[in-house]
Each structure stands twice: as structure tokens, then as C-alpha cells.
Design a protein around this ligand. Sequence first.
Ligand SMILES: Nc1nc2c(ncn2[C@@H]2O[C@H](COP(=O)(O)OP(=O)(O)OP(=O)(O)O)[C@@H](O)[C@H]2O)c(=O)[nH]1
Ligand SMILES: [Mg+2]
Length: 621
Amino acid sequence: MDAMVKSLRFALVGNPNSGKTALFNALTGSHQKVANYAGVTVERKEGRVQGTDGKSLIVTDLPGTYSLRARSLDEEVSRDVVLGTRKGEAAPDVLVCVADATNLRLVLRLALELKQVGRPMVMALNMYDIAQRQGLQIDLEGLSRDLGMPVVTTVATRKRGLPELIAAVEEQAKHAAHQSEWHAPSAAEVRTAHREAERLMKAHVQPPARPDTLTGKLDAVLLHPVAGLAILFGVLFVMFQAVFTWATPAMDGIEAGFALLGQWLGATVTNDLLRSLLVDGLIGGVGSVLVFLPQILLIFLFIIALEDLGYMARAAFLMDKIMGGAGLHGRAFIPLLSSFACAIPGIMATRVINAKRDRFTTILIAPLMTCSARIPVYTLIIAAFIPNTTVWGWVSLQGLVMFGLYAGGIVSALLVSLVIRRVLWRGMVEPFMMELPAYKMPDIKSVLMNLWLRAKIFLKRAGKIILPLMIIVWALSTFPYPPEGATGPAIDYSFAGMMGKFLEPIFAPIGFSWQMVVALIPGMAAREVAVAVLGTVYSVAGAEENIGTLATVLANDWSLATGLSFLAWYIFAPQCLPTIGVVQREMGSKKWTAIFVIYLFALAYLAAFITYHIAVALGAG
Ligand SMILES: Nc1nc2c(ncn2[C@@H]2O[C@H](COP(=O)(O)OP(=O)(O)OP(=O)(O)O)[C@@H](O)[C@H]2O)c(=O)[nH]1
Ligand SMILES: [Mg+2]
């Protein structure tokens, strides 16, 4: 019989950055993205929570919103779930209004608006730890009485107050929802709600005894138009320096490990074919990508810590002028920032931008932000062609080039946006007020958890995408065997060799060899596959004479001009089928997807062409 009883469903609604997702994660044990700025969650997420009597409850995390009068796609999601207007989906049994306890004014208005919907409600005063630290006095009973709903306090990041919250939800669920048709509030109703919220604040909330002065003091410097921008560039600069200097020992260790494993396998496996598959295909291929894990994690460590600190919202504020000048909406910053991890969540995050044109512009340039899958490609080519020296005494030249590649992507994105604004759609960019969260010390546990999730994503890709592809690539570069008496390396006679040579003329003008062409095709599945393919192709081609790392092999085989051209190609080329799929879904148009793919390939070819020929002219051919 129990299975027949429908699970109790409740939804977490609240202002952006109030800790809904942190609460959702704490309740369900999931690891949805949490960060200290508004607009992180753009989709609903469902999870299960253990109730008090062993029955499980279903909880929905929602994008942040200030009102049910939704203005963007993500706010529409929240409204539709709250009102139960989605097809085949009833409204949740209970609404939990999640509030940042240190910032109640706006959420009280939302709570009053939500009450009009008529569902049973609970108010969760989250971030109660910060409120207490500040000495903020909230009369919980009075607030609860006036709001007409239970008020519980929670600390999502420390899992405090969760049983009380669940108990309150279960208790409220016993009250039937009173039926009421929600209608968008009139101006007069908005004013009334505003007055009522002010009254509640006055009556029940005493201003903090120790207000947060740190945020203001830090912002005086960090938001300064000159000093602030200088600090922002300084921070990014240090990040890339660190990536090249700190990651090296770990990378060397992993590399040495794979080399040993390869040697051992080479000596123990007697079957030639199997040995080639293991050594050339798997270690030469997948191993050459896994080496980059330390660097990827270091970059993420920086990004996650800066996000948690609340600094990234400041970066958005600082960049707003520059972005606005290039015709980008201020809300484009966070989606573009997410794209540094991967363009897919970045493109989805554009849902917070309400004007379609601003949103489309952002989608079109999102892949120009350097995603983590490019790190292996960039690092490999940099290690091969850029000497590991310091300039000006202490700056790592390799780190400087990496910084340049990231900057190259950003500057190109701004230029493309400028062109789109001039050619496709003119008109004003909507003004936008960025909300600045209070600074918070990053939570070490959650930073480490986030890093671990990143590592898992990277390793999963290596196992699920790269590994199977490498088996195919290895087979294509091994068969058919060369004819009797052949003189060249075996790969020249293989299917891969034939394909590469067939397509080579297209890429010859930008200095690519046929081996690189072989790498580009499976590289469409995921960018870092190109590194794995190069690893396999070169290792199949001549394991004997090419002792040393892949980077050394490339340095011997390619000219500097070819290396630079490959880097330029990689800034632009839309070499990632999953991204193209998401663009199609989010733009909802085949025509726009085609424009997206064609313009990026055209830019990639052009950039590589120019780079190659300038480099050759300067004597790097
Ligand atoms: N100190 C403290 N920090 C918290 C608490 N709850 C959440 N945070 C932090 O607050 C920030 C925002 O949390 P999120 O869960 O991303 O907020 P959200 O409401 O889901 O935000 P959106 O998805 O943008 O609407 C993160 O940096 C969290 O680590 C809390 O109870 N105490
Ligand atoms: Mg969220």
C-alpha cells in the first residue's frame, strides 16, 4: 500500500544567491553547482530526502527569482513550477521560501507574493551562521506569526537545521492548499507588498551589531576603476603562472609513471598486436591526455576559490564597461565565466539574459572562452615550442603564452560581439545592475569536493570518450599492414594515413601535416582527443627513434609556424559536437546553429592561415 502513497513534494524558492542549491545539496547529498554570485542555477533539479518517518520526500531546486513576474527563461522555470502550470506536473505540496537571513528585505516581498499562490509554506532563514556572527537579531516567532508560516533557521553549508526544516515541511503538508488563482500583481499591490515587507523588517529585524564592514572596505579597492582592473589582471596573471610552475612536478610524476608502465608492458606483453594496442593506443593516447589533470585542477582551484569568495561578481562589475562597449549585456559575464570550464553550462547559463538578441550574441561567443578541454592542447604545444625560461627575471614564458591564448579568446569574443552588434542587430544594450554578494571565506570542504567532481568529469571523459575513440584510431593507424618491402613507416599505408593524406590539401595552406589532420577528425568529439590521437599516431609511426615525451616528438617534427598555427586554430574551431548540440537546443534553430559552426570554422582557418604565414615570413617555417 505504501508504494501507492504519493511522495510529498516541496520546492525551494528564493532570491538568487540565498543558498537554495547549497540547501538542496545538503538535503539530497547531490553536488549541484553552488557559487557566491546570482544566477548559478538556471534549471530545476529534483532530488530525494529522507523524511522523519522513513518515507522519502521529493525536493526541487529552482533558479533564483525576485518575483513571480518572470522576466527571463530561468525565472519562468521557477514561476511555472511554483504555480504548477507545467504540463503534466502539479504544483509542489509545500513551498519553502529560502532566505539569506542577512538580506531579508527583498525576500519578504517575494514571500508575500508566494503566499498569494495559496500553497502551504515554510520560511527557511539560511546563512544563519553569518547572521549570528554579525549579531543580527531576528524575532523568529513574531516573523512566523505575521507571515503566517513556520520560520526555521538553517546553515546549508554546515547541514544545520535540516531536520527542523523537514519536520516543518511535513507538518505544513497536512494543511490543504487553499485554492486561489494567481495573477500578476498590479502596481498598487506591489506597493502594498513593499510597505508590508518594510513593516515586517521594522517590527522583527534588528540591524546587526557588527555590520559587515569588510565587504565595503575590500570593495573600495577591488572595485576601483583603475586599481580594481589592475588587480583583476594581476590575479589572472598569477593564476597562469601558477598553472605552469606548480603543476609541473605532478605532471612530470604522472608522465614518468606512464613511461614506466609503457616500458613494463612493452617488455611483458609478447603478442605484437596487443602490445601495440596497449602501448601506442592506450598509453600513447589516453595517457598523453591524463597527464594534464594537475593543470586542469589548478585552474579550477583558482576559479572555484574566487567564485566562493565572491570575487567573480566583482570581476563582472569591473568588466561591465568593457563588455558593454563591445555590445554585451552585463548578465553575459557569468555565462562567459562558466564557459571557461566548458561551453555547455555556459551556453545554458545564458538563460538568465532576457533579451533574445543579447542572449544569442552571448551564445555565439561563449565557445571562444578557453574551456578546460583546450588546456591539454595548449599545454602540449607550448611545452613543445616555447622554451621553459623566465622573462623579466621571474615570469615564466610558458605561463605568459598561456595567458596570451586565454586573452586571445577573450579579445576575439569582444570583437565578434562588436561586429554582431554592428551588422546583425543594432540598438541599445539593456542596462543591468549587477548584484554584489558579500565576501565569504571559501569553504575548504566544498572547494575540495568541487575539485574532486572536476577530476571525476575529466577522468570520465578519458574513459568514456577518449578510450573507445583511441581504440578505433589505433586500429585505423595500424591496418592495413604495409605491403611487402615497404620502406616508409607503417602508418603511411594505414587507413588513418590515407585519410589524413586525402584531406591534407585543405589544411596545407595553414601548415598542418597529415598527422594533424588525422587528429582533427576524432577531435570533433572532444578537443583533447586531438592530443591523444597525436600521441598514438606518433607512437605508432616510430616508437624506436622517438624516445622522449610527445612534446619532444612534436618539437622535432613540426615547425614553430605549424605549432603556432595549430594554437590559433584551437582558439576558434568549434571542435566539440556536444557543444554544437546544445547550441542547436538553446537557439532552437538549424539556421543559427549553421551560422555558429561556419563562422567559427572560418575564423579558425583564417586565424591559423594568418598566423602560419606571418610566422613563416619571420623565419619560423
Ligand atoms: N556561510 C554560509 N554560506 C552559505 C550558506 N548557504 C549557502 N552558502 C553560500 O552561499 C553562496 C550561494 O549559494 P547557492 O546555493 O549557490 O545559492 P542559490 O540560492 O542556489 O543561488 P542561485 O542558483 O544563483 O539562485 C555559496 O557560496 C554558498 O557556499 C550558509 O548557510 N552559510
Ligand atoms: Mg542555485
